[in-house]
Structures are given as structure tokens and as C-alpha cells.
Design a protein around this ligand. Structure first.
Ligand SMILES: N[C@@H](CCC[C@H](N)C(=O)O)C(=O)O
Length: 266
């Protein structure tokens, strides 16, 4: 049976998502249905899909699926977009506390529309030849490069994502270049989209942390991040080279359009 559902499309620095209001906690979508909704030719088109659900003790719950239809780990830009969605639905404003797969998150919306999302603390950074690996809610390789605009993100990223080192879960792969004092440019191959996306919030966060001034382990630090989809800012405290706390991912998140779509078999 076909059924029509209402959807909303949001983007945060070009990382785009389908949002569904599931405050009744009644919507179940199959992997195939989500994959089709995210398809840029046969569906709405998006890097991922989120259900906004009710959750006792929180303003809402975020359930995140990658474009391949599988539920995945934390999405930073998604977290910022669902916060904007909650505000647009009139859930609350301007402070939010929601539950995601990696635990509770605080978020705020500034008068100028910037959405700030508190990320989980990081307690471990692994070193490999040529790159670091850390988990900011999702797993990320951070590889410093030069001439970032000419990096083959798709092929290099895919090779690392599917390498034995990261089997079976895989990883997202970020390429990062310092462009000037306190600013980096980041490009990301995203697991579950299996391509470069215009921006990845948990990836940008991982790259920013790897720029920490480790001589400054008390004061909050800020790293500005440029991506192909726009600019973000990451604020944090670096306790040592393995431990980071009070991490905030800050940037724009906007509604693009809304509509209704028929879903086969719903
Ligand atoms: N786009 C996201 C990351 C989403 C999860 C990722 N694709 C994964 O499966 O690890 C972000 O903004 O953080």
C-alpha cells in the first residue's frame, strides 16, 4: 500500500537532510524506503534522513539514517538541522536538550540563525602513519594534506574507508589543510553516503580538535573551518593530546523546502 507522508528538507553548510516529524513515535521506514527517499533522482535527495521523536526527559530524540538507508552514528550537521526543525515546529526556543545515538546534546539558536551544538567529549586519538583517528560521535580519519582543492577525495577516501584497518564498521575520511592562522579547509568522504559531501559536522569537529594548541590546556579555543558548503566554527578545551571537552560545533542550518511524498509499502 502507498501512503503519503509530509517531509521537510534542511541543509547545514550543504550537508542536506530529510526531516520527518514523528512526535507520535509511530513511523517505521525500511532501509529501502529511506534509500529511495534520499536518492537524488528517484526521491527527494539528501545525504541523510532524520526522525524527530518524542522522548521523556528531553525536548526531542534524533534518529539518524545515512543516505544508504542504514541507521548510523552521530551527525553533527544533522544535529544542528534537527534543532532548527524543532524550533520551526515550535517545540521550544532558544535552548534545547535532545537525545541522539551517542547520548544527550545541548543546542542553542542565536538571533542571527547560527545553531550551536554541544558534541560529546573525546577521550582517545589513535595515530597512524599519515593520519589520526578519533570518534566525535562518528568515527573519523583526519589526514593533513596540501593543495586540498585538487585532492581526489572520492578515491582516496574510499580506499581508507574500506581498508582492513577500519573493517568491519568503516570510517569517514577527512582531508584537512591549514589555510591561515586558526583556519582550516576540510573535505570529507562520508561513510553511508559513499561519496564526498559538501560538509560533515562530526568530521569538521575532528579536524578542528587536531589543530589544538596543546600548550593552552585551560582556556577555550576556537578553530574556523571552511568547507565546500560553507563556514563552521568549532570551540573546545584541549586537556591534553587525547582529551577534549566542552566541544561546540557552530554554523548555519536552514529549511530549504517542504512537501508530501508517496512511500511505497508504508
Ligand atoms: N554528516 C554527518 C555525519 C553522518 C554520519 C556519517 N555518515 C557516518 O555514518 O559516520 C555529520 O555532519 O557529522
Amino acid at each position: 500500500m502507498n501512503q503519503e507522508i509530509k517531509f521537510y528538507k534542511y541543509q547545514g553548510c550543504g550537508n542536506d537532510f530529510i526531516l520527518i516529524d514523528d512526535r507520535q513515535n509511530s513511523i517505521t521506514l525500511t532501509t529501502g524506503q529511506i534509500e529511495k527517499l534520499c536518492d537524488r533522482r528517484f526521491g527527494i535527495g539528501a545525504d541523510g534522513l532524520m526522525l524527530l521523536r518524542s522522548k521523556e526527559g528531553y525536548d526531542f530524540q534524533m534518529v539518524y539514517y545515512n543516505a544508504d538507508g542504514n541507521e548510523s552514528t552521530m551527525c553533527g550537521n544533522g544535529g544542528r538541522c534537527i534543532t532548527r526543525f524543532a524550533s520551526d515546529l515550535g517545540i521550544t526556543f532558544p535552548k534545547y536538550n535532545f537525545l541522539a545515538i551517542d547520548g544527550p546534546h545541548d543546542a542553542t539558536i542565536e538571533a542571527n540563525g547560527i545553531v550551536n551544538l554541544k558534541m560529546i567529549d573525546v577521550h582517545q586519538v589513535a595515530s597512524f602513519p599519515g593520519f589520526k583517528f578519533l570518534n566525535t560521535g562518528s568515527p573519523h580519519v583526519v589526514m593533513p594534506v596540501t593543495d586540498i582543492l585538487n585532492i581526489d577525495v572520492y578515491n582516496k577516501g574510499k580506499e581508507i574507508r574500506y581498508s582492513d584497518t577500519f573493517t568491519p564498521g568503516g570510517t569517514n575520511v577527512n582531508f584537512t589543510e591549514v589555510t591561515d592562522n586558526n583556519t582550516i579547509f576540510v573535505r570529507t568522504y562520508e561513510r553511508g553516503v559513499e561519496d564526498e559531501t559538501l560538509s560533515c559536522g562530526t568530521g569538521v569537529t575532528a579536524c578542528a580538535l587536531m589543530q589544538a594548541d596543546l600548550s593552552n590546556n585551560a582556556e577555550p579555543q576556537t578553530v574556523n573551518v571552511k568547507t565546500r558548503g560553507g563556514n563552521l566554527k568549532v570551540m573546545f578545551t584541549a586537556e591534553n593530546e587525547q582529551t577534549f571537552s566542552n566541544i561546540w560545533l557552530c554554523g548555519p542550518a536552514e529549511k530549504v523546502f517542504e512537501g508530501n511524498i508517496q512511500i511505497q509499502g508504508l
